[in-house]
Write a protein of this length. Structure first.
Length: 182
């Protein structure tokens, strides 16, 4: 048994760090969501911010009437243009869980402390920004080309965010992590 542990030491270290950090970050985020849960159901602050920034970006690219408002259920934010409902932005759309996955993976392949911390920050910002851009692209495509909304939401949406995370992981493992030198 000890020989197996020695043989797969790097794999076991990766699994333990990945699962441990994923559990820790997910627990902290869920704790944040629980703390924010009130009598009046409202989206968490991160989801509200993502919705407001998505509307602001839409206004910046020429959709001056883009606005965001709380959905009547209080569980999502409605992104609208000219009173036309384009997208409901819920907690799962705010990129927090994707950033947690990204952070856990990079930590499991840690490198030098400064490089790791800078990459964690930069990667999180990139993922967050790509997420807002993809929400805007989806909203614009629904507004301009509603016939493609199913494709955009089920194919483009996941491909954009998970593709970005995958590329960031590859860059980290190939260039910056300690594992690239082993």
């Amino acid at each position: 048994m000890l020989d197996l542990v020695r043989k797969y030491k790097l794999v076991l270290r990766f699994i333990i760090i990945f699962l441990g950090s994923y559990f820790l970050f997910s627990s902290l985020y869920n704790g944040f969501l629980i703390l924010y849960d009130t009598e009046d159901p409202v989206p968490d602050p991160i989801t509200q911010l993502v919705a407001r920034q998505s509307a602001a970006l839409m206004r910046g690219i020429g959709y001056e009437s883009a606005e965001v408002m709380m959905h009547y259920t209080g569980l999502s934010m409605k992104l609208m243009v000219n009173d036309y409902f384009l997208a409901g932005i819920v907690e799962g759309c705010n990129s927090a869980s994707i950033i947690i996955l990204f952070l856990s993976f990079v930590l499991a392949f840690y490198g030098r402390t400064v490089s790791t911390l800078l990459y964690l920050f930069a990667g999180s910002v990139i993922i967050y920004a790509i997420n807002i851009i993809r929400i805007v692209i989806l909203a614009v495509s629904i507004y301009e080309y509603p016939q493609y909304s199913g494709f955009m939401h089920s194919v483009f949406f996941p491909l954009a965010i998970y593709g970005t995370v995958f590329i960031l992981w590859l860059i980290w493992v190939r260039i910056y992590s300690r594992w690239s030198k082993q």
